[in-house]
Write a protein that binds this ligand. Structure first.
Ligand SMILES: Nc1ncnc2c1ncn2[C@@H]1O[C@H](COP(=O)(O)OP(=O)(O)OP(=O)(O)O)[C@@H](O)[C@H]1O
Ligand SMILES: [Mg+2]
Length: 330
């Protein structure tokens, strides 16, 4: 069922990385969407395909070794996979912008903040000098950076990690994009600064016109930010739904494991339950449900067939027939 006005829709996406002797199937049938004005979180452990999926949206998968074998990425009605490189460049930074985990690798050390934001704007628009200056000042203030004059004149190394991430957000917002993809943007920051940055994301969507796809492995951040959540495991979505529903009634053992690993939810004095084992290597994924080797509920059938996503509540879908069935019979 479709609700809201879909801005980005990824359908049955398959991405592989091919080297001499291995094919690494990083994404194996990914489906998700982001509606206009919505903040959606994509959550999952390291190596499950979050970054690769978001890079595909911007046409940034290195090909080779990468290969988008199948699927559609529809943004505002257009299939981005069909666009040429110059057409994609017009989208990047303008309609869709991306913020990465480490701002130091995304910012150029030899240019000032002003030069870098200005370049992003001028790649897409041609404001006059006066209008450009005003816009730069406004952007710097809007992300809570002190003294626009000083910040704009600074080089990246003269700013703290939190300030650099604010600069990245200002740059990402500089052309007023409809969608911001933020890939673990607060991982490198301490907790207080992390909270401030999350607040900044929240305020940036307040007028309802902007969407955010926020990628994280931190369910604490998800609880604070997301309206809807997709839980990704080993290249596909295993559970999706409204954030409140997923936290209150998770219906996939992987989501339950992630929730049990949250510091606040573990019983006092006990070890963090976590999830035993690790995400399978995408070149050697187990048959059936990819989570079955780590799952305490797994049955013989889980080893044979990959379960489909099934609706198990309002806008709530899970791939685990065992938990969906136990919910129905309880
Ligand atoms: N350029 C590449 N060449 C080969 N394999 C790659 C490449 N980029 C990603 N992969 C593989 O794709 C899989 C998914 O990686 P991805 O970076 O999307 O994970 P992630 O969910 O973002 O993890 P993390 O939380 O650590 O950022 C991994 O197994 C990774 O090794
Ligand atoms: Mg990643």
């Amino acid at each position: 069922m479709d609700t809201g006005n879909t801005l980005l829709s990824i359908r049955d996406l398959h991405i592989s990385f091919i080297s001499d002797d291995t094919v690494s199937r990083a994404v194996v049938g990914l489906n998700f969407k982001v509606n206009t004005g919505e903040t959606v979180c994509l959550v999952g452990e390291s190596g499950c395909g979050k970054t690769v999926s978001s890079l595909a949206v911007l046409g940034l998968i290195p090909q080779p070794p990468g290969s988008i074998e199948q699927g559609e990425i529809i943004f505002a009605g257009r299939d981005l996979l069909g666009l040429s490189e110059p057409e994609l460049r017009r989208f990047r930074g303008k309609a869709i912008s991306m913020i990465f985990q480490d701002p130091l690798t995304s910012l150029n050390p030899v240019f000032t903040v002003k030069e870098q934001i200005r370049e992003t704007i001028l790649a897409h628009e041609s404001p006059g000098a006066e209008a450009l200056q005003q816009r730069l000042y406004k952007l710097i203030s809007s992300v809570g950076l002190p003294s626009p004059e000083t910040t704009l004149a600074a080089y990246p190394h003269q700013l703290s990690g939190g300030q650099r991430q604010r600069v990245m957000i200002a740059m990402a917002m500089s052309c007023n994009p409809a969608l911001i993809i933020a890939d673990e943007p607060t991982t490198a920051l301490d907790v207080t600064v992390q909270d401030q940055i999350i607040q900044l994301f929240k305020s940036s969507v307040q007028d309802g016109s902007r969407s955010i796809l926020y990628i994280t492995h931190d369910l604490g951040v998800v609880a604070n930010l997301a309206q809807r959540v997709y839980v990704m495991y080993s290249g596909l979505i295993v559970e999706q739904g409204p954030a409140a529903t997923l936290f209150a009634k998770p219906l996939h053992p992987y989501t339950r494991g992630l929730l049990a690993s949250l510091p606040g939810t573990a019983k006092r004095g006990s070890l963090l339950p976590g999830i035993p084992g690790s995400v399978p290597d995408p070149s050697d994924r187990p048959a059936g449900c990819p989570f079955h080797p780590r799952c305490s509920l797994s049955l013989e059938a889980c080893k044979q067939r990959l379960p489909q996503l099934k609706e198990c509540g309002q806008n709530h879908f899970s791939r685990c027939p065992i938990l969906i069935h136990s919910k129905k019979s309880s």
